[in-house]
Design a protein around this ligand. Structure first.
Ligand code: DP6
Length: 296
């Protein structure tokens, strides 16, 4: 049996819209922080059969398709019993394709005992699920086209919490969202906005201008939500409670002229990131949100 564990990541500049949906090449660069504590472990046990066996409830077809893809790439014949588990509570709406595809890719490569570079692993994983390629780098990953790389910044570690407002299964997968945003009239300039924000965010991180970083990251996820809402067939992942949480965080910033970085993915839950010297603020705010929501 071979085992591998890989983290998920949260995008601060979002991957939304693909240039190539087979190879998962994005239209714009994205930039993420790796969530080292939120991980998927994949176990592969060789079996004497001509198909893979799967024991988890997650998206089976895509996972097995990716294993087939890897097997073909490396000219392998071995089939496996696949086990996959997350170290974060299931049903918290965080089921993450980034960590599961990264862990599957890493684990498959480990079964072959051959040396494959990180860049190559990331590229293979990307073809399973785009955002997973960023999980091979930490603490920050920058992904443009086919290239993923580390970025050196003055921040080494953030305190990360997710305010879980709903754990319902999402009706529109992120792969569907990537296709549907292209029908938005706002999409034609999306790349320009995303690349501009990326440059500005890297600058503000380098200058340790925390408030500016918060503003850029806020505008960026709102830009993604606007693409969802202005698609030909508009859609949204937000619940009423998501707006409540966002409002509370904005009020906090307005009152204190300080606060966490705030972002959202294709889902209703709100991610907050604090600097390490904001630990007491992080405790206080997560405690306050725990009165109404699950906070992890
Ligand atoms: C909103 O990587 O899940 O989380 O490549 O189709 O698997 P596929 O999409 P996926 O998209 C993630 C979208 C996002 C933003 C991001 O992580 O950058």
């Amino acid at each position: 049996m071979t085992e591998a564990s890989m983290p998920t990541n949260i995008a601060l500049i979002k991957y939304m819209g693909k240039k190539d949906s087979v190879l998962n090449i994005p239209d714009n660069s994205s930039f993420s922080y790796t969530l080292d504590n939120l991980r998927t472990t994949v176990k592969l046990t060789p079996i004497d059969d001509a198909r893979d066996h799967w024991d988890s409830a997650e998206d089976k077809t895509r996972f097995i398709k990716h294993l087939d893809f890897l097997r073909n790439k490396f000219n392998q014949k071995q089939y496996f019993a696949i086990q996959s588990s997350n170290n974060f509570p299931s049903g918290c709406g965080l089921a993450s394709s980034a960590s599961s595809f990264a862990a599957l890719t890493e684990c498959f490569i480990n079964t072959m005992h051959s040396t494959v570079s990180t860049a190559e692993k990331a590229a293979l994983s990307r073809q399973g699920s785009g955002s997973s390629c960023r999980s091979f780098y930490k603490p920050f990953a920058l992904w443009s086209g086919e290239k993923v790389e580390n970025v050196e910044l003055p921040y080494k570690k953030f305190i990360h919490h997710v305010i879980v407002v709903s754990s319902d299964k999402k009706l529109i997968s992120s792969s569907q969202a990537h296709a549907q945003v292209k029908t938005s009239l706002l999409y034609s300039d999306r790349k320009i906005r995303a690349e501009k924000r990326l440059t500005e965010l890297l600058n503000s991180f380098r200058q340790q201008d925390w408030q500016k970083s918060y503003e850029i990251i806020w505008q960026e996820f709102q830009d993604m939500l606007a693409l969802f809402e202005t698609a030909e067939k508009p859609f949204s992942y937000l619940k009423l409670s998501s707006y409540f949480v966002l409002d509370a965080l904005r009020d906090y910033w307005e009152t204190h002229h300080d606060g966490p970085l705030v972002t959202m993915d294709a889902g209703p839950n709100v991610h907050v990131l604090f600097r390490e010297d904001q630990a007491s603020m992080a405790n206080m705010l997560s405690q306050a949100f725990r009165e109404r929501f699950t906070v992890i």
